[in-house]
Design a protein around this ligand. Sequence first.
Ligand code: PEP
Length: 263
Amino acid sequence: MDTRKKYVVANWKMNFTVGEASLYLNKLAGRIQPSRKLQIVLAPSTIALQPLSLQINRRQFKLAAQNFYWREYGPFTGEVALSQIRGFVDYAIIGHSERRYVFGEREEDIAQKVAAAIRSGITPILCIGETALDRKDGETAASIYSQLTSGLHEVSKEDINKVVIAYEPVWAISSNKNAKPAKPIDIIEAERLIRKHIAKLYGKEASETISVLYGGSVNKDTAAGYLAIDGIDGLLIGNASLIADQFCAIVELAKGVKNERQY
Ligand code: PEP
């Protein structure tokens, strides 16, 4: 039986002022019932984390950081340390393709961020996924393997169950030019590659218990198809998470899903 946690993660990216984020949270709170089965995780911009952490019902929503720097403190102008946001968040998105390709985040930093989050009792949501070029060159598996190996470099066997993986093929993320939605078969293949590689690195049990999410141009019309994929434990949503009707509909679909692959 599948005992993995299920998720819907909203990445609000660089949208909403603090006031707008608060009003939007209020709107969602009035429409979404708390669920013990589903973790509904909201990732507002860093400045909204503190006020929203006072506003949320933590049985209804959890908060995630979109970014942080992995060192505890020091001369790192413009950065935010986990020690400064630890009390506000339960999750942190790490290695998002916009961090990797717009801001040039390096594999070493991603690995350090994953390790720092675990040390701070925050669940890292490690984003991985091949680019359109990787895919064209037949390098999808190699890209997934190498991002997993390097992103999890500092994670011990004891701690691997504290990590969530989000498979986000870069070519499917709506902010990219020529983005096109992934087909379920693409995701099925990637999910298998991910669990196979986790099994190689950490053993069979870890590969069966780690939560794997999908992200890339999901909306209320496509969500059900993705949620029905065996081995996919939820969704990471960008654009559609900014629209209450879209996001609430996706949450309702996720609450209803049962995908219980027998391993
Ligand atoms: C994302 O940026 O992580 C994402 C999945 O965005 P979108 O849903 O807009 O493709």
